[in-house]
Design a protein around this ligand. Sequence first.
Ligand code: SF4
Length: 445
Amino acid sequence: MALSGLDIYKLLPKTNCKKCGSPTCLAFSMKLAMKKATLDECPDISQEARKALEESSRPPIALIKFGSGENIIETGGETVLFRHEKTFYHQTAIAISVEDTLADAEFLARIKKIDQISFERVGQHITIDMIALVNKSLSGEKFLSALDKILSNSNKPVILSTPDPKTMEMALKKCADKRPLAHAASSANLKEMCAAVKPHKVPLAIKADTLEELDKLSHEAGALGMQELALDPGFENLHKSLNDLTQIRRLSLKRNWRPFGFPVIMFVKNTDKYQAVIEASVFIAKYAGIIVLDSMEDDVLLPIVTMRQNIYTDPQKPVTVEPKLYKFGSPDKNSPVMVTTNFSLTFYTVSPEIEASGQSAYLLVTDSEGMSVLTAWAAEKFTPEIISDTMKKIELENVVSHKKIIIPGYVAVLSGKLEDVSGWNVLVGPKEATGIPKYLKEVWK
Ligand code: SF4
C-alpha cells in the first residue's frame, strides 16, 4: 500500500542535509509521496528504510518489460480494476505462436507474415507485438534451431515456451540480451527453471491449473529470487478463465496480494476462429497482460486488435489528429474546403466520404481538443473565432481563390458569425458525413 508523505518522513535520516536538493527531509518525503523524486536522490538513506520504501512504492501489479532496442513491450503496471476509475496504462500484448515442428519453409513464411501484419485504425498503426516459439517437438535441438531462425528474421520480442529447463537455458544463452519471456515454470520444474532463468535476468512465467497452485508457485519463485514474473493460469473453459483472471486482478489490486501482482499470460487455442475471437476478447477485457494466438487470419486479428484499442484508449485523452489542412485527391484553387474538428473518429468518418465523392477537396481540421463537432460547439471549442483563426493561420486565402468554406450541417448556427469574423462565404454542408458525396456532386459546383 502506498505510504503518505509523513510515513515516508519517519523512515528518512531527518538530518535536513539538503543533498537531495530539497530544503528538508520532510519536503523530500512529500516529493517522494507524489512520485516527483526517487529514493536514489537521498545518499544517506539506510538499507532498511530503502527496502521498506521500495516495497511500499512497488505497484500492485508489477510492470514487466520484454524485448530490446526499439522493440520493447511493457505490460502490467495497472492500478485500477475498471477503466472508468482512472485508465489502463499498458495494453495487452498480442503474440502469435510458432511451433518448432513446422517445416523450414512454413516456419519462415509464418515468421515473415507475423512481421508484416499491420492494421491502420483511427490513425494508429497496429502490429503484432511478440512471437511465441513453442517447443511442441520437445526436442531441444529443434527448439534452438527454430529460435535461430526467429532471431535472424525478426526483431520482435520472443516468448520462449518450453517445459525443459535445459532447453530454456540454452535458448537464453542465445537471446537473453533481447529480454524474452521464459515460459513456463510449473510444479514439475520450478527449481530447475528458476535456476536456468535467474542468471539471465529475464522475466519468467509460472504455470498452474489452479489459483492455489499458482499462488504457491509464485511464492516459491519469489523465494528463489525471481522478481519479474508472469502468471499463466492455464485454460479449461472460458467461465473458469474469467473467474481466474478476475480473482487475480482483484486480489492484487484490492488486497495487495503480492504473489498475484504480476501480468497474466493467456494462450488462445480454440480452433474455431469465432470462438477464438470471443476468448481473446474476454482475456483482453479481463485483464490479461499478454495473449498468445495461434491464428493470424485478418478476420480473427482485426476484431481482437480493435477490441484492445477500444479498451486501452484513455477516455480522458480523446484520440486526435493533427489540426491542419488535409488534401484529398489533387485539389487546386477552385476546390471545395470543408471544415471539421480534430476528434480522430470524426476525421476518419469524414475522410472516406470525401474520398468516395471522387472530388478533389481540402479538409480544414481545427484544434477542438479532440471533441466531435457538436460536443466541441457546445464546449465552445469549435467557434467562429477558432475556425477563422485557423483559416488565417494556414493562410487559406492563398490556397483557394473562391473564399467559400463548408461547415458541418449540425453547426449551421455558426454560419452568420463565421461570415462576419472571417469575411468568407459560409456554406452549410450535410449533417451526416454520408451526405458529403451527394453534397459535393449536387450543391458544390
Ligand atoms: Fe534528508 Fe536525505 Fe534529503 Fe538529506 S538528502 S535532506 S537526509 S532526504
